[in-house]
Design a protein around this ligand. Structure first.
Ligand SMILES: [Zn+2]
Length: 429
């Protein structure tokens, strides 16, 4: 499954490329980031029926680019057609490690008839770079690559990791895999995730649980319901109970200043068969999409839901089975964490405006990196907060340029704060 290379592990970026490649100034780096965004948007990297090649063309393009900069590059397939690409640059002296993280898989454009331009156009019209994945988040990936390149050309202490991880739009298999690697455990001191957040610095993200609850009764003829145990009326009671539980939990924790409120939403109910109206089904299922905020413990919440299901079903002579499909805790990185402070300072330095703290309404790869690898993550990237997954997706070219510059400045600030200098050995070589 791996197509993995580690080349020239002992050669630092500065030694390898500083003397060999022409220096690029910031304007060049910004233009290069815009051009790379266009190239990436023109690759339709979404999951179709044929799963063979989702990120592959984009991943290889990025890996080749990173290699041309002299970075240590690893390409590893975490599932068929789903490669992680990770580039590592060593600075001139030991120091902190900063990681940039992003993804190049995109969601489906849906019906292209509903778009006012071709979904994978990549063209720039009136300062907007258009296409599916432009904001979410090929612009972010391009900006972080050319920010790291800028840091490399300027010289830095420590280490920069640029990770483009597979399947963010699915089950985040790439981030889950990365979290288990030696590199993830080698002392990464902060992670900037480049999702589109409209210029807000988002140190907090909502948690999410996907849950399935099955209510099991007994099948019977519709003419003789007393012979069975119909799970459908009980499902009704359970849904009412969930609505009350949502209200109680939301009231007890209140609203988060950047994340808003807690949600517990039934999204799918399944039971019976429309072609068998005279049959009482043996079981009924409900799927729940739960969105949490810091202060809500997932284990405690799951316990409350399970107890509710057990009580309601026991009263009706049924049984309940609760299955956790996915469990992503909220991210609650402190606002004074070094990686957050570096971004806040860099944003102000490059835009002349104080940064706005925000929150991520969904979950990102950063959620997984925090949960599984204990990394401090913060989300900041080009593109509007609400544009992701919509038709007519675009990113302002100015956002890409600003973000690239902010990323590079954040790297400079983060890596020149030396309280951890000397702590990282080269464990990834
Ligand atoms: Zn995204």
């Amino acid at each position: 499954m791996t197509d993995s290379e580690s080349t020239d592990a002992e050669v630092t970026g500065a030694q390898r490329t500083g003397a060999e490649l022409p220096r690029q100034d910031s304007a060049d780096l910004g233009a290069a980031a815009v051009a790379l965004t266009q190239t990436l948007v023109r690759l339709p990297t979404f999951v179709t029926g044929d799963l063979d090649d989702v990120e592959t063309p984009a991943a290889h393009l990025i890996a080749d680019l990173m290699r041309s900069f002299g970075w240590i590059v690893t390409v590893e397939e975490v599932a068929a057609g789903r490669p992680n690409v990770v580039g590592v640059i060593h600075g001139e002296t030991p120091g902190r490690t900063l990681m940039f993280e992003g993804h190049v898989d995109v969601v489906t454009p849906g019906d292209s008839e509903n778009w006012s331009f071709p979904p994978f156009s990549g063209d720039i019209v009136d300062g907007r770079l258009q296409g599916r994945g432009s904001a979410d988040m090929k612009a972010g990936v391009a900006a972080m690559i050319y920010a790291a390149r800028g840091a490399q050309l300027a010289g830095f202490a420590g280490r920069i990791v640029v990770a483009v991880l597979a399947d963010e739009e699915g089950m985040m298999v790439g981030a889950k895999h990365f979290a288990g690697t030696e590199l993830a455990a080698s002392g990464i001191d902060g992670v900037i995730v480049g999702e589109p957040e409209g210029g807000e610095v988002c140190a907090v993200a909502k948690g999410a649980i996907r849950l399935r609850v099955d209510l099991h009764g007994a099948m019977a003829h519709g003419a003789m319901p007393h012979q069975g145990r119909n799970p459908l009326p009980t499902m009704g009671s359970f849904l009412m109970g969930l609505a009350e539980l949502e209200r109680q939990v939301a009231e007890s924790v209140g609203a988060h200043p950047h994340l808003g409120r807690f949600y517990l939403t039934p999204t799918v109910v399944a039971a019976g068969d429309p072609s068998q109206v005279n049959v009482i089904p043996a079981s009924a299922s409900v799927y729940l999409d739960i969105r949490t905020i810091p202060g809500i413990g997932h284990n405690g919440l799951l316990h409350l839901i399970t107890r509710l299901a057990q009580q309601i079903t026991a009263d009706a002579g049924l049984t309940a089975v609760v299955t956790v499909i996915d469990d992503r805790p909220p991210v609650d990185t402190p606002e004074d964490a070094p990686v957050v402070r570096a971004l806040l300072e860099a944003h102000e330095a490059k835009t002349g405006r104080a940064a706005v703290l925000g929150g991520v309404p969904g979950t990102t790869d950063g959620t997984i990196l925090t949960r599984d690898a204990g990394l401090q993550t913060v989300v900041y990237g080009p593109g509007g907060k609400w544009i992701a997954h919509m038709q007519d997706e675009y990113v302002d070219v100015a956002d890409i340029l600003t973000c690239r510059a902010v990323y590079q400045e954040a790297a400079r600030i983060f890596l020149s704060s030396g309280d951890l200098a000397g702590r990282n050995e080269r464990t990834d070589s």
